[in-house]
Design a protein around this ligand. Structure first.
Ligand code: SF4
Length: 319
C-alpha cells in the first residue's frame, strides 16, 4: 500500500469531528477481522465485498487488504454518483494495488426509463424512485453476486432503526451468506480506524453527509438528524429504502422497537455528537416504521431470527 492520497481531509473534517477511541475498540477491530478471515476461508474465491464507497466500505477494504484476505472488492456505478464518489475507485486501486469491480446498470434499460419518465423521475413518486433503484442498483447487484456464495457489507446497527438488528452474518433471499463485520461498530469507531490507518474516504463525509448514495438522492443532514435522513428526504420515512437492505432487518427492528425504547438504546444520530464524537441515542418514539423502507434492496435478508438485536453471542465470529 502506498500512502498517497488525492483526497485529503480538511483540518476540521470528519475525522476531527467524529474519530474517538472508545472502550472496546481494539476488540471490535479484532472481531471484524476474525469475521472476515473466517468468511474468506469458508468462501474462498466465491466472496466479494460490495461497497458503496462510503467510509464503512473503505474501512472494510482496508481490513481486507491489510490482512491479505483475497476477498474481491466490487461496487455499483449507478450513473448518478457524485464525482467525489466515483473518484474513489481509482484511488482505492492506486492505494491498495487491487482492481475494483465496477458494475453498471443495463444502458438500454436506463435509456428507456429516462425517455419515459425523465432524468429525475425519482422525485415524482415512490414507485418511480423504486423503479430507478431497481434498474440502477438491484439489477446490477444481481449480476455482481452471480456465481458467488457470500458477500461482505458495511452495514452497522447504528445506521438506522431498520438496521438496529443487523447480525454479523445472515443469509440473503438467494441463500448467500452476507457478512456484516462492522455491525457493532460506532461512528466514532469507524472514524478512529480511518484516522489510525489513513484510510481514503469520500470528502462529502466532511460536508455532513454520513450516508452517501446517488447525487440526486443524497444531501447533507442537520445536527441531531439520523444517519440516513439525507437519503430520499422528500419521501415519507416509511418509504425510504431502495431495496438493497430490506426485509428481515426491518421486520426485526419493528419487533424489537418497544424493548429498545424501554432500554434507552437505539440507532444514533450522526450529528448529535459533533462535540464529543460519542454515539448517543437519538431515537424518536414514533419511528418504529420510519426506517423500514429506507433501503434500496441491496441488503434483503431472510433470516427471521435476525431479530436478536445485538445479542452478546453475536460477538463470536461465525463458524
Ligand atoms: S438512489 Fe436515486 S438516483 Fe440512485 S438508483 Fe435510487 S432513485 Fe435512482
Amino acid at each position: 500500500m502506498t500512502t498517497d492520497r488525492k483526497l485529503r481531509a480538511p483540518a476540521a473534517g470528519a475525522i476531527a469531528l467524529y474519530a474517538r477511541a472508545t472502550h472496546g475498540f481494539d476488540g471490535r477491530v479484532a472481531h471484524a477481522t476474525a469475521v472476515l478471515q473466517s468468511a474468506a476461508l469458508e468462501h474462498a474465491g466465491r466472496i466479494v465485498q460490495v461497497t458503496s464507497l462510503g467510509v464503512e466500505g473503505m474501512v472494510l477494504t482496508d481490513l481486507i487488504v491489510r490482512n491479505q484476505l483475497g476477498i474481491a472488492v466490487a461496487t455499483i456505478d449507478t450513473g448518478r454518483l457524485h464525482p467525489q464518489t466515483s473518484a474513489l475507485v481509482p484511488e482505492i486501486e492506486a492505494r491498495y494495488g487491487i482492481a475494483v469491480e465496477v458494475h453498471r446498470p443495463q444502458p438500454r434499460a436506463v435509456a428507456r426509463f429516462v425517455a419515459a419518465h425523465g432524468e429525475d423521475a425519482m422525485r415524482e413518486s415512490l414507485a418511480l424512485r423504486k423503479s430507478c433503484c431497481e434498474l440502477r442498483k438491484i439489477e446490477p447487484l444481481s449480476r455482481l453476486l452471480a456465481g458467488r456464495s457470500a458477500w461482505v457489507t458495511g452495514l452497522r446497527r447504528e445506521q438506522s432503526h431498520a438496521r438496529a438488528v443487523v447480525s454479523f452474518h445472515e443469509r440473503d433471499d438467494a441463500g448467500r451468506v452476507k457478512f456484516n463485520p462492522l455491525a457493532d461498530w460506532s461512528w466514532a469507531d469507524i472514524w478512529h480506524y480511518a484516522a489510525q490507518h489513513d484510510v481514503p474516504y469520500n470528502p462529502l463525509h466532511d460536508e455532513f453527509m454520513p450516508s452517501i448514495g446517488c447525487a440526486p438522492c443524497t444531501r447533507a443532514i442537520a445536527v441531531g438528524a439520523d444517519f440516513r435522513s439525507g437519503r430520499w428526504w422528500w419521501e415519507s420515512e416509511s418509504a425510504k429504502e431502495c431495496g438493497l437492505h430490506v426485509s428481515v432487518h426491518s421486520r426485526a427492528a419493528k419487533a424489537a422497537a418497544p424493548s429498545r425504547r424501554e432500554g434507552g438504546g437505539g440507532f444514533a444520530s450522526a450529528q448529535a455528537d459533533f462535540g464529543n464524537a460519542e454515539v448517543k441515542g437519538a431515537q424518536a418514539p414514533d419511528r418504529s416504521q420510519s426506517e423500514t423502507a429506507k433501503e434500496c434492496g441491496l441488503h434483503v435478508s431472510v433470516r427471521a431470527g435476525a431479530a436478536k438485536a445485538a445479542a452478546p453471542e453475536e460477538l463470536e465470529a461465525p463458524a
